[in-house]
Design a protein around this ligand. Structure first.
Ligand SMILES: Cc1cc2nc3c(=O)[nH]c(=O)nc-3n(C[C@H](O)[C@H](O)[C@H](O)COP(=O)(O)O)c2cc1C
Length: 335
């Protein structure tokens, strides 16, 4: 479908609002954690008040300088990063960043990371007390110092974490950001929801490695990193659809779809797969105005398809047309 530029307007009378816990977002488009700083960095490039929501980079108890360089490398259709949670730390975030965030004019979600359950509880408690903040996104792709396990890859540990955080997140929406680096993401979704998550966001980056063959060394100082960008989109869409179908739809828990979104067409894909909203990450480095273009494109798509609300797109994927041959079923999905 091609949309004439004149139709590229969000003021067409369509309802773009979506629900996230006890909040209503004016539209379903957010920024992804770690790709948009604390907000003010992007203010010269886009009107952040037009976003459905803004997600900060991960905040930890103490300031972190992150990993040694090289921390980023471009890959076909994406990028690999091992930033190592570089951030200003909780005290500076509360004192200096929150007053700036208050001026963004949209719902702000603070992404929280830690290396122990207590770390998360400490950050969540203070952040939740700030009325400027709409909610918290838990980055569970961090190792727990106690046993080295990643919070987001062990269902029991994830449940313990969300159960501990839930009572201190009393005002804001609690979003749990799932890692794709697991055997069955639905088990993690179930653990997060049972422990009290209001929403899920998915996915964080896929583990990857790039090797410099002349030096015979990994390009990243950390050796491995997280893959993001268009290369991961089909995998992310698959995982969103799986969690929607197996867990989230029945539980009535919204999913924020993340992974390689470049434009409104990609956003529609995630919504049809089961997401209620989307976050844009790596693409911001190519065109920081992408979220605003997606908002306009969604409105035009609704108009073109005679739909009134963007909420009607969530999970509206149709099943494949049945094949007359049984060979497709017998060979399975992996070719
Ligand atoms: C440079 C960079 C830094 C990131 N930092 C964080 C972070 O601090 N916390 C987090 O939860 N996710 C972080 N992410 C993951 C993104 O929020 C997002 O889940 C992932 O990149 C997939 O989306 P994308 O393909 O649109 O970038 C980071 C991603 C990139 C590329």
């Amino acid at each position: 479908m091609s949309i004439p530029p004149s139709q590229h307007t969000a003021e067409t009378g369509h309802d773009l609002s979506v629900r996230l816990g006890n909040l209503t977002l004016k539209n379903p488009v957010l920024t992804a954690s770690g790709t948009c700083g604390y907000g003010r960095e992007y203010a010269p490039y886009m009107d952040l008040s037009k976003l459905g929501g803004f997600v900060t980079k991960s905040v930890t108890v103490k300031p972190r300088t992150g990993n040694e360089p090289q921390r980023i490398v471009e890959t076909p259709g994406g990028m690999l990063n091992a930033i190592g949670l570089a951030n200003v730390g909780l005290d500076e975030f509360m004192e200096k960043k929150i007053p700036e965030i208050a001026t963004l004019g949209t719902h702000v979600f603070v992404n929280v990371a830690g290396h122990s359950v207590d770390d998360y509880v400490t950050v969540c408690r203070r952040v939740d007390a700030a009325p400027e903040i709409a909610g918290i996104e838990l980055n569970v792709s961090c190792p727990n110092v106690a046993d080295g396990l990643m919070f987001g890859t062990d269902a029991a540990l994830l449940r313990e974490l969300v159960q501990a955080v839930r009572p201190v997140v009393q005002r804001g929406v609690l979003i749990v950001k799932l890692s794709p680096n697991v055997t069955d993401v639905s088990l993690m979704a179930r653990a997060a929801i049972d422990a009290g998550a209001d929403a899920l966001s998915m996915v964080n980056t896929f583990l990857g490695m790039v090797i410099d063959i002349e030096k015979r060394r990994p390009v990243l100082a950390n050796a491995s990193g997280g893959l993001s960008g268009p290369a991961i989109r089909p995998m992310a869409v698959h995982l969103v659809h799986k969690v929607y179908r197996e867990v989230a739809r029945e539980a009535g828990i919204p999913i924020i779809g993340i992974g390689g979104i470049r434009n409104w067409q990609d956003a529609v894909e995630f919504l049809l797969a089961g997401a209620s909203a989307v976050s844009v990450g790596t693409t911001l480095y190519i065109d920081p105005t992408t979220p605003l273009k997606i908002i306009e494109g969604l409105s035009a798509y609704l108009s073109h398809h005679g739909m009134k609300s963007v909420r009607d797109l969530t999970g509206a994927i149709l099943q494949p047309v049945p094949s007359t041959s049984t060979s497709a079923k017998l060979t399975g999905a992996e070719g």
